[in-house]
Design a protein around this ligand. Structure first.
Ligand code: SF4
Length: 477
């Protein structure tokens, strides 16, 4: 964009200084697509998305689109050898004199998405029927190349969703989301991410803030849309990638997590969608969320809950929790470091921690000796698993325990949790009762699932004399 001509190099440096790992720059017509690719070739941090913006759909020609197709498919369109050196970094107009007509071949390896494409019925800079036709062509290209689509929608919910559905593609993002929750849900159901931009920092955009709070971790992205949509506290000025941190902070606050958590989640999602950079390959044995440290000691469990996160993703809050082995006690202590720096150290992870009772006891004792606070999140099968009442063994080394109640009666529990033990529900109740004798804080949890009577669960907790926490479905960690 011309807005960055005076200081593009500095803008990129400021983005790096702010912790931005990658920038996706968007082409909206042929020349800006070419510039986007050239910038992406020039700066490691930059990748390109290419397409014809719905505003420019009226200027669409097959000839233009053929060039975009060739770039997207990984072909070079200019094969003449360079007659002069490629522009050096940081020189000339917009970080490279001659952008748009360089003699070197354009490689598409840096093209990570098709778009912006979509529909804009607000400004209607192009006739609606032409916008729809051009949008469809972009989605065909996205499907053919396997690249995700970056979709612009302004006041065109019905047609946007319908055209995506017809196209059959299931990989993309609704960028600078401005729709309603119904639209977000329908898009997510088709595999699309929802990307939130600067307006979320404006206090009066209640609907967008509510959406930014509610989008599940697995579907959330953030962006600047620079130079537009500048977030607070710079509203009214030119936007730039480093301002993403303000959007991240606002959304983190709305979701009750730290900006670090939010950054990890959205970075992972961006890497997955755009296939940028490396994904964490091995499961983490100790991972931070908010001020807590969680210990992931096994992926085994004596339940197979229908809602269990392990059955549909390896990740929780951006952490890979799929273990390739079960860690040993010393390894865990090393991973914890200084336990007193955390609000709590929680045995949790992708499985039932009390399957490894001896390890839990050893590490918990060590945490207490080093002034840490210990919590166990459990399915309440500890006594069944170990064949004895283990709760006296946890006395003095565990500060709190959170037990998954999950249902208001045995039949519902068996249907939802699918335990390997016949009398699991009754055991969860007696485990909870027994826990009160040995552990200072005891609570049960229940997930808002269809068929689970939350009021009856509350009554069970009350009768047991423990607190209850009602968890929203799919909100994990
Ligand atoms: S008890 Fe927890 S870890 Fe085990 S299946 Fe249920 S949700 Fe998953």
């Amino acid at each position: 964009m011309d807005e960055f001509n005076p200081d593009r190099e500095n803008v990129i440096e400021r983005a790096k200084d702010a912790g931005i790992e990658a920038i996706i720059t968007i082409g909206s017509d042929l020349e800006s697509c070419r510039s986007a690719i050239e910038l992406s070739e020039k700066y490691d941090i930059i990748y390109a998305a290419i397409g014809i913006h719905p505003h420019d759909a009226k200027d669409f020609t097959e000839e233009i689109f053929n060039q975009i197709k060739e770039w997207a498919r990984g072909q070079n369109i200019e094969h003449s050898p360079p007659t002069q050196p490629s522009p050096s970094r940081g020189e000339g107009k917009g970080g490279g004199e001659g952008l748009g007509s360089g003699p070197w071949a354009l490689s598409s390896k840096r093209v990570v998405a098709i778009g912006e494409t979509g529909l804009d019925y607000h400004y209607e800079n192009s006739p609606r029927d032409i916008q729809r036709e051009v949008f469809r062509k972009h989605l065909v290209l996205a499907r053919e190349t396997g690249l995700p689509a970056v979709i612009h929608n302004r006041e065109a919910k019905k047609d946007t969703l319908e055209i995506i559905r017809e196209s059959g593609i299931n990989k993309g993002v609704l960028h600078c989301f401005s729709g309603d929750m119904d639209m977000a849900e329908r898009a997510m159901a088709m595999g699309f991410y929802i990307s939130i931009a600067g307006p979320v920092t404006f206090k009066n955009v209640r609907r967008l803030r509510e959406i930014a709070r509610a989008i599940p971790d697995d579907y959330l992205l953030i962006e600047t849309d620079a130079p537009y949509l500048t977030p607070e506290p710079f509203r009214g000025k030119r936007n730039e990638p480093s301002y993403l941190v303000h959007i991240a902070r606002t959304i983190a606050e709305l979701r009750g997590i730290t900006a670090e958590d939010l950054a990890r989640i959205t970075t992972l999602n961006a890497k997955r969608l755009f296939r940028i950079g490396q994904l964490p390959e091995t499961g983490e044995i100790a991972y931070k969320i908010r001020g807590n440290l969680y210990l992931n000691i096994t992926n085994r469990c004596t339940n197979r809950c229908s809602f269990c996160v392990r059955f549909h993703t390896d990740y929780v809050k951006g952490h890979n929790l799929r273990l390739s082995y079960e860690p040993a006690e010393e390894e865990l202590k090393d991973a914890v470091g200084n336990p007193s720096q955390y609000r709590e150290v929680v045995f949790c992870g992708y499985g039932e921690p009390l399957l490894r009772l001896d390890l839990v006891k050893g590490v918990a004792r060590w945490i207490k000796q080093n002034n840490g606070k210990v919590r166990i999140n459990t399915n309440g099968h500890g006594n069944l698993i170990n064949g004895r009442n283990i709760l006296p063994e946890l006395k003095g080394i565990v500060d709190s325990i959170s037990i998954s109640l999950d249902a208001h009666d045995e039949e519902t529990y068996n249907r939802i949790c699918r335990p390997i033990f016949k009398n699991a529900f009754r055991e969860v109740l007696s485990f909870t009762k027994e826990a009160k004798k040995f552990i200072p804080e005891v609570q049960v949890t229940v997930v808002t699932l269809k068929g689970v009577d939350i009021e009856k669960c509350k009554k069970i907790a009350e009768d047991l004399g423990v607190k209850i926490r009602v968890r929203e479905l799919d909100v994990v960690g």
